[in-house]
Design a protein around this ligand. Structure first.
Ligand code: L34
Length: 286
């Protein structure tokens, strides 16, 4: 029987500490942190995530600027909006919700965001800084996973860590953060020869592929820590992770649920990054 890592509760604690710190920051500097979120098109899941971000901003005492654009938006229009937000002193963080409609280049949009306002930490300059361990922001989802691991009192040092998935926004930075804490890290992907075996060697298993219930109990070492980053809909339209919770839970020592695990942490870490961006803007240390 695994202990559940309650992401919702831990995220609420992070958000409360950001709220309290923001109150002090505003009193000290007269600056209100501002986050601009761009949503292109009407992907229903993205709408929910962006809605959760807006709610969190308001609760933290931030200004929230929402830019909801039609799916027909051109690359030029989107870049022009980013440039306007780069120049706007009331905006300290800019986030363009992914995925974008197919005719738009997320790479070019991310590169257009000022690295100082890149609260996703997706800009190549910020990615490079993370690689060398000298950064202002960490990407929200991997940072949230580390926070969950720390909150459960788990040490990464010397542990075998397997990350399943190699996306630029989760898998790759996740591997780097585990490495920074002295884990022995393996990254698995669609061409990995024996996924089950690689997973079974893990003391800490992070699943970030986007395939419902890919990781089953037989792929988990007895007593492993299982972190589920997946956000999928199953055949009944129900939200489910990359991990088959029913068979994994009896094997794991700790496990995160979906929903209520990593998702809320992503939102909480975004609030933390936005406050950091506002502090740096105001000439303070992070
Ligand atoms: N630019 N695009 C950019 N930055 C990000 O950090 C994201 N991500 C991912 C997708 N695209 C992005 C998010 O915001 C994933 N993601 C995200 C954010 C919030 C939640 C899930 C994913 C979330 O709130 N999850 C809830 C359930 C929500 C529901 O009911 O559907 C949970 O409890 O897991």
């Amino acid at each position: 029987m695994a202990a559940l890592i309650n992401g919702k509760e831990i995220a609420q604690r992070v958000r409360e500490s950001v709220r309290a710190e923001t109150e002090d920051f505003k009193a000290r500097t007269g600056v209100t942190p501002g986050l601009a979120v761009i949503l292109v098109g009407d992907d229903p899941a993205s709408k929910i995530y962006v809605g959760n971000k807006k709610k969190a901003c308001i609760e933290a005492g931030f200004n929230s600027f929402e830019h909801i654009l039609p799916a027909s938006t051109t690359q030029e229009e989107l870049i022009r909006l980013v440039e306007r937000l780069n120049a706007d002193p009331s905006v300290h963080g800019i986030l363009c919700q992914l995925p974008l409609p197919k005719h738009l280049s997320s790479r070019d949009v991310i590169a257009a965001i000022s690295p100082k306002k890149d609260v996703d930490a997706f800009h190549p300059q910020n990615v490079g800084k993370i690689m060398i361990g000298d950064y202002d922001f960490l990407p929200c989802t991997p940072a949230g996973v580390m926070e969950l691991i720390h909150s459960a009192g788990i040490s990464v040092e010397g542990k075998r860590c397997t990350v399943v998935g190699r996306s630029d926004i989760v898998g790759k930075p996740m591997a780097m953060l585990l490495l920074h804490e002295n884990g022995t890290v393996t990254v698995c992907h669609s061409r990995t020869k024996n996924l089950a075996e690689e997973c079974r060697s893990a003391d800490i298993l992070v699943a970030a592929v986007g395939k419902a219930k890919l990781i089953t109990g037989d792929m988990i070492k007895e007593g492993a820590v299982v972190i589920d980053v997946g956000m999928n809909r199953d055949e009944n339209g129900k939200l489910c992770g990359d991990v088959d919770f029913a068979t994994a839970e009896p094997k794991a020592s700790y496990i995160t649920p979906v929903p209520g695990g990593v998702g809320p942490m992503t939102v909480a870490m975004l609030m933390k990054n936005t406050l950091t961006a506002a502090k740096l803007f105001a000439g303070e240390e992070k």
